[in-house]
Design a protein around this ligand. Structure first.
Ligand code: FAD
Length: 517
């Protein structure tokens, strides 16, 4: 089995200086598409959009884009390709909202499926004792939020940004400040409808087709296309008390974060970020927040040091205002932040969850949203985080960073380890997200090349110091790297591929398996 996949395996190292692979724009390399009977339609001329993503660096032109109106459109397209056997080179990529950063939702000369076409299907909310929402895989999380709060309900686990699709984040993990308590989004799914690489429509859950269920969750789109998901809900609060405090020592921040994620009745959201001089964050971290003690807050001077911000939130309804404030004060009294840097605000629950969209609107207005995004996300074991912070924030990034650097721990005990997601082995690990934006055409410290070199320096340090780091939203070019990423899980990943997508038709942009060679 492994031998078979070695042949299929992609040692796919696209030219790093140019990730553009144009394609013949006519339908001629897939002539049968025009004869396939679908409820939606194929488009052949406006495929540029499908060759773009948020990363703005990879541009693989597909031959066609399917705008499905039904799951049968997707299954019959894949089945047709599957029936052509291993000699056909045609691949299929589900495209959610295209917010990958390295071409993961693209298919060079293949077919991209615009999953958002499916989202028109009705969202069904079950309000009983175990509430859930039954939603299309192409639905945006922001729409799930707006619809569920109408019933006083909401999903438990989120991403920081909600203009992403359900299928897109469930193919990765979906990690945010609630994951310490509820696990990532992939741990809050009851059931899915999936179309495999053979074109079969399969319902799967913990009880039914469990191997496919766990394989698809965090499976980087390799085993099936998620067309529906049933997601667990909880009662939604009306309001959120949102708090930011600063630390000048990383050890104090991490001690407090680890205390908070392990305490009963803690905050409902726990994150943090690094404030590196000259990023502009030094001035903006408290915009829209009010100081607890305005006089002392004005006296606070940073001295150009690297600072660390703990970001926490407590959910509440208006009739719980006093008890929420008391609980918040009690929790804050246990922490060691710089006292003059306590800043708070109160916003609606929807405003809080949709907070990054506000920045998106501002950045778009300045033409700063559609720039290259050489993002890097790392999962770092707790035992190695201080060594990591010392070298990365104290040395590699001590002078500049080109965007937010998030850092917060999560409890693995709250995560289901049967999914395809790969994490470090320790019970507590940190997510560290380097969310850089590159200035187009710059060759300076804000340019793409500089940021990529900095990312590589961080990775080299992690390898050299043996920090046992895992990449989140990983992207590799060689067999050795993918195998090292999966470690002991590699064999099961390969086995699932041979079971559910034996001709490696699905998600070619992940560059894990290559079709037809
Ligand atoms: P796409 O980029 O369209 O697709 C991603 C992958 O999933 C591709 O391989 C694609 O083929 C596959 N895929 C898409 N739809 C399906 C489907 N229905 N079935 C099977 N496979 C499918 N992630 C976090 O965990 N936490 C965060 O806080 C967070 N914040 C973010 C903020 C921003 C501004 C951005 C741009 C990204 C953020 N992400 C975060 C990353 C995000 O979760 C992933 O990039 C996710 O894949 C994007 O969803 P999408 O719908 O755009 O997927």
């Amino acid at each position: 089995l492994l031998g078979f996949f070695m042949i299929l395996f992609l040692c796919f190292t696209p030219d790093k200086s140019d990730h553009c692979f144009p394609s013949n724009k006519s339908s001629s390399n897939i002539p049968w598409l025009e004869t396939l009977n679908v409820d939606g339609y194929f488009s052949f001329d406006d495929t540029e959009h499908a060759a773009k993503d948020f990363g703005n660096r990879y541009h693989f032109q597909p031959s066609a884009v399917l705008h499905p109106k039904s799951v049968f459109d997707i299954s019959s397209t894949i089945k047709y390709i599957f029936d052509m056997g291993s000699s056909s080179e045609i691949t299929v990529a589900a495209r959610g909202h295209g917010h990958s950063v390295q071409g993961q939702a693209q298919a060079h000369r293949g077919i991209v499926i615009n999953m958002e076409s499916l989202k028109g299907q009705e969202m069904r909310i079950h309000t009983g004792e175990t509430p859930y929402v039954d939603v299309s895989g192409g639905e945006l999380w922001i729409n799930v939020l707006h619809e569920t709060v109408k019933y006083g309900l909401a999903p438990k686990s989120w991403t920081d940004y909600l203009h992403l699709t359900v299928g897109g984040t469930l193919s990765n993990a979906g990690i945010s400040g609630q994951a310490f308590r509820h696990g990532p989004q992939i741990n809050n799914v009851y059931q899915m409808e999936v179309i495999t690489g053979k074109g079969e429509i399969v319902t799967c859950s913990e009880e039914q087709n469990a191997d496919l269920f766990y394989g698809v969750l965090g499976g980087l789109g390799q085993f099936g296309i998620i067309t529906r998901a049933i997601i667990s809900l909880e009662r939604s609060p009306n309001m959120v008390k949102w708090i930011r405090v600063l630390y000048s020592e990383f050890s104090k921040l991490s001690k407090d974060q680890e205390y908070l994620i392990s305490t009963e009745n803690s905050f409902d959201y726990i994150e943090g970020f690094v404030i590196i001089n000259r990023t502009g964050l030094l001035n903006s971290w408290r915009t829209s927040f009010s100081p607890n003690d305005p006089l002392k807050a004005n006296q606070f001077i940073s001295d150009g040091r690297v600072l660390y911000c703990l970001e926490i939130a407590k959910y509440f309804n208006l009739d719980e205002y006093d008890s929420m404030n008391q609980k918040t004060e009690d929790l804050l009294s246990e922490l060691s932040y710089i006292p003059s840097t306590l800043f708070t605000t109160e916003v609606s629950y929807v405003e809080f969850l949709d907070r990054v969209h506000v920045s998106e609107i501002k950045l778009r207005a300045k033409g700063l949203w559609e720039v290259p995004h050489p993002w890097m996300n790392l999962l770092i074991p707790k035992s190695k985080i201080s060594e990591f912070a010392h070298e990365v924030f104290g040395n590699i990034l001590s002078e500049s960073s080109n965007g937010p650097v998030l850092i917060y721990p999560v409890n693995k005990s709250k995560w289901n380890n049967r999914t395809s997601l790969i994490t470090p082995a320790e019970d507590i690990f940190y997510l560290v997200a380097f969310l850089s934006s590159a200035a187009p055409s710059s060759t300076g410290k804000d340019g793409l090349q500089y940021i990529l070199t900095q990312n590589q320096k961080i990775l080299d340090f992690c390898n050299k110091a043996n920090l046992e780091v895992k990449q989140y939203l990983p992207h590799y070019g060689t067999q050795e790297e993918w195998q090292a990423h999966f470690g002991p899980q590699w064999e099961i990943f390969v086995q699932r591929k041979s079971t559910y997508d034996p001709f490696a038709i699905l998600a070619p942009g992940q560059s894990i398996f290559k079709k037809g060679s």
